[in-house]
Write a protein that binds this ligand. Sequence first.
Ligand SMILES: C[S@@+](CC[C@H](N)C(=O)[O-])C[C@H]1O[C@@H](n2cnc3c(N)ncnc32)[C@H](O)[C@@H]1O
Ligand code: SF4
Length: 375
Amino acid sequence: MAGIYIHIPFCKSKCAYCDFFSVATLSRKEEFLQALANEIELQRNYLEEESLNTIYFGGGTPSVLSIQELEFILSQIKKYHTLDSDAEITLEANPDDLNYAYLKNLRSIGINRLSIGVQSFIDKHLVLMKRRHNANKAIVVIGEAQKAGFHNISTDLIYGLPEMTIKEWKYNLDQLLDLNIQHISAYHLSIEPNTLFNKWVRLGKINLPTDDESTKQFELLIEKTKSKKYIHYEISNFALDGFFSKHNSSYWKNEKYLGMGPSAHSYNLTSRQWNISSLPKYITIITQGEIPCEIENLTKNDMYNDYILTSLRTMWGVDINKVENDFGKLYFDFLMKSSAPFLESNHLKKLDTKICLTEKGIFISDHIFRALLQV
Ligand SMILES: C[S@@+](CC[C@H](N)C(=O)[O-])C[C@H]1O[C@@H](n2cnc3c(N)ncnc32)[C@H](O)[C@@H]1O
Ligand code: SF4
């Protein structure tokens, strides 16, 4: 089983916190679509004929594309790949791009999962983040998506926002949990280089919550989602039973994926590669028949570190048998030794052959990851 990720590198405007690769103009959309179609053909052998169980349109903002444009990309993918009958096909969408007719058409071309960027249900946050929608629009489009036949909807929320109070975060969670959606991605704000938030933090124009406030917001997230039967299956991801994202899970379960479009990453079990983060260069190089990417062949050490980093983020944890079988005794011994103090302090727990983060451990996960990596 394998997955395809398509990066749509356009946004109508840039949000104040976001450093994902995108340009805030649609002027080269046609050329990009042609280059992407060429890349799909050029990379047709990367997955070695494994069938696809996920296709993920991410960005940037995939919902700036018309139905015909999305259909064009899907048909190009289907020319070179076999799609499993229950494949998950996700589109990341911004609320301001959505309406009932568009949503109905998305369903009719086979998109069966939406990831809607809500971020907050409080208008002052949305204004600060420079989002293009308001809270009411997000609520309306989630209802329209359900009416249009989407039964697998995820929404993104951000906590740890400047000046965000615990009361405001509780309000956001209550609003979301009333909407009967299947999946929630809740990210703590990270201050990224080249963003307005970064500039404002440096100028002292915005104040970030303290670690203690952030921890309380995370605790509330865990408590509220649990009370509504969401399963906390990855540090930032929560889903009702049966609705774990297949796309995300393929990263964590060490399956092959092919990412196309500028800045997209790919992985084929032995190497990683990533496309150039420049739209003009991407278009020019693809048009010359080449793939504008850098490739890194993975050493055993890299593979061990990747396995620890990705699996420990999930509720399935690190399988010590797998470490012994795939990496050998040296790595097994290192894992046992480096995890021992955290097992002792109850930041990690051992369930059968798996080592997992405890709720207490999640709060210091970065520290644990560093200790468990083989350098
Ligand atoms: C790359 S964005 C694309 C989604 C879509 N364009 C949108 O705006 O809804 C995916 C998600 O990453 C999250 N994100 C982006 N930058 C972030 C940051 N600096 N801190 C926390 N979350 C961030 C947001 O929740 C966003 O919805
Ligand atoms: S959050 Fe989404 S819309 Fe905003 S800049 Fe990032 S990718 Fe674009």
